[in-house]
Design a protein around this ligand. Sequence first.
Ligand SMILES: [Zn+2]
Length: 453
Amino acid sequence: MDPCATRARLARLAILALALTVLSGLGVLEARSVRGGAPPRVAAVAPVPGPVASAQASVPQQERLPVRVERLEVRRGDTLAALLRGRGLSGEQVAAVVQALAPVHPPRRLRPGDELTLEFADGPADRGAHALVRVVLRPDVRREIVVRPAGEGRFTASVEQRPLARVIRRADGEIEDSLFASARRAGIPAPVIAAVIREFSYQVDFQRDLRRGDRFDVLWEALVDEDGREVGAEPFLHALLTTAGTPREIYRFDDPAGERTGYYEPDGRSARKTLMRTPIDGARLTSGFGMRRHPILGYTRRHTGVDFGAPAGTPVWAAGDGVVVEAGWKGGYGRWVRIRHGGGFETGYAHLSRIARGIRPGVRVRQGQVIGRVGATGLANAPHLHYEVFRAGRRVNPRTVELPTAEALAGGAMTAFASQRDRVRALLEPPGGSHETVARGGAPGTADLQVKQ
Ligand SMILES: [Zn+2]
């Protein structure tokens, strides 16, 4: 697809803000327009022209308009005290802020990547310094910890939920090199693509099944803050992946009974199979294309499994729940792990650079658990995972072996799923017009986008 068209579509869809009440399991967040709604609190830009200093001396500190906003990102090794001192705060102020914060969010919980915002207003003219009016720490996208002056040089801290809007986004496109790279270019956030790839890893061999020209289509909810910045995403709602003319479609399901959340095919079969076709992060494969005819990599009659080319150190996942039966050195296989699953299946993983701690015979593993790292031990000329599947003790082709679905919804769960699925379908094919019509229909919000079933 023309990337410009993708972007234009993305932009149009970006205006659609709605709370998918059907997905109440995802939590209740305020849904409001990105453009309007809550009063503007803090300008994102700095400096903002403020009132003259003399007029401000009588204004309580809390109500002063910030004239300077500084955003910092916590780096490894930073301490709160050092960060604050580095922004010109006095020793007394630093101590007061740290003291206020401690009961709410101990400073040692500061993590690299946390965002710290300092807001200053004009201080008393005689001191000439800008007064600190707010310190905001964002330990995650949903919460912020706000420290405000409490008079007499003291501060007080409180935890507040951020007013995040949920904005429905959709992007589709054609796979040009890898799914990950193509989806990034289409504007899909990396964590969303990683989740899509993971959910399809049960059915798709990401090393061999993808062809140039295959297509993807993803619908997800972006979390947008009061400044219009995209700060995160909810689990994606729908993904369609078409490989070699075969469409595979999965929908998110949040069981109102609270028994399961996950992804299901339209007919209610779980996207998850008892074993994964790609027991490694598909986004990290060395090449999505061209490996099929590689003389060493790929399944042939003499070759006993499939190979996934990936950088050394890439995590290797247990393809299914099971019990480790072998873990150690095995000749040309190098470092090797073999797992016994239900239904007479076993899987094997060769050439590992490392076997994960605790992985030894007799140990139970969960599907998706990291059991080792990609390497080139034994007879391997480049880092790759050699993956084998056994059934009733005999090697079978991992690409073609029939794998049982982990679960098929029935009864009340199927009814609930069908209703959620149909709401998402209505978003994919808005009744009575294109997405553009819906988006232009005025203020984004639940009222304007009543999804019909
Ligand atoms: Zn191999």
